[in-house]
Write a protein that binds this ligand. Sequence first.
Ligand SMILES: Nc1nc2c(ncn2[C@@H]2O[C@H](COP(=O)(O)OP(=O)(O)OP(=O)(O)O)[C@@H](O)[C@H]2O)c(=O)[nH]1
Ligand SMILES: [Mg+2]
Length: 418
Amino acid sequence: MDELKFGIERLDAIIKSIPFHRIVLIKGMPAVESGVFGYQAVSYNSIHNVNVALLLNRISPEAFLEDSKEYGLPITINKVKFLDAFTPMLGINSTISSIPVKNVESADSLFNEISKNLEGSSLFILDNLSYIIDSLGEEGALEFLSKLRALVSQNDISSLILLTDWGYSDDLLNKIYAIVDSVVNVGGIEKRVIFGQYFAVVKCNWLPNIPSSGVLFKVVKPGGVKVYIPKILVTGPAHAGKSSFIHSACNVAYSANALGETVARDIGELHYKGYVAYLHGTPGQERFDPLLRILGEESIGVILIVDSTQPESFPRALEMLRKSEAYGLPIVVVANKSNLPGAVSLDKIREALHLSEDIPIIPTVAKDLSQVKPDSWTYLDEKGVFEAIDALFSQLEQSGRLEVNLNNLNKNLNNSYE
Ligand SMILES: Nc1nc2c(ncn2[C@@H]2O[C@H](COP(=O)(O)OP(=O)(O)OP(=O)(O)O)[C@@H](O)[C@H]2O)c(=O)[nH]1
Ligand SMILES: [Mg+2]
């Protein structure tokens, strides 16, 4: 059996693994996709040979499996014991092998039903505590949690509890926080509409330090929860290879092109190493310069692409950076066409662009020279492309731009380290 984890790379990096004898609460706002945290945990742990017991009262086992399949999160079904408190309420039987949980009139009876079925399990997941609050009331739900707390303390088992926060009182939430060992908030950043979702570890009593910020995420299908990078600007002089770079890096990309040049912009979605990033490419021609500022808005990093064989275009590259107001953002320079005759050295490029030593310049080349056509973008060799992406992502990590500042979220939480 492997270690217990969330199966969400960045969250696991923060929390390390979930030790035995702990309860972790995942508290989600109603409009955000906190349910995916449950699918992802069941998927990851079942695949990694962990015996999971899953108590469902929000949806049926069938729907749980269907949803996780839709998110591209496969579940090794023989590692999961479904404790089904949902379909018995409807008076029907689940079509997949599961244990019906019928006696849910009191904390005692619910707890007994569950504890007798936990044998052999290392991870108990509940989706969702809010339905227990509905059926047993606040006191009943707290009593249930306290009993679970005692059971988890005495056995080699840990627990993940999902809670959808339908506006519970601070009093109730604080009582719940006091029982559990760790709290991960999953929230939304609202600007009229929800513009982004975040998760934040706000309590974790087996870690000495709790990060003071949250992580912006997006749910992708397939794959589930990924660190979300809303906008990376890809700019550079005409014909340098911006469209080629975006199409080579991204899983899906679109270009508005006419006669082989970009006339509006390129946009691409990149799924890579636990991230999902959107790359926005600008056109290169000067007649589109009024667009540069708009296309640059809200970017958090820049990939500046130059054609290594065209040193006379380097001043234009700097002008495009200035016009897109991208100075000061984390930046990586891509020296494209670096294997063609007449390509200048990386040192020359650094000098001409006045780049300090800490700005990476990565050479890229066409994947297959015989496929290069004068009137369309071409695939670039992945090695250079992903070296550039790695270099930018690590700068973004270090700059803190992938984090969301969450003032006051830690209030009322006892973070004492055990
Ligand atoms: N030999 C070679 N050709 C390349 C390379 N990268 C791009 N090209 C070619 O150079 C031309 C311009 O590439 P694009 O990717 O369209 O350049 P762009 O920067 O998007 O151009 P605009 O959008 O018009 O500014 C195309 O004909 C490509 O096929 C490369 O590394 N080597
Ligand atoms: Mg283009």
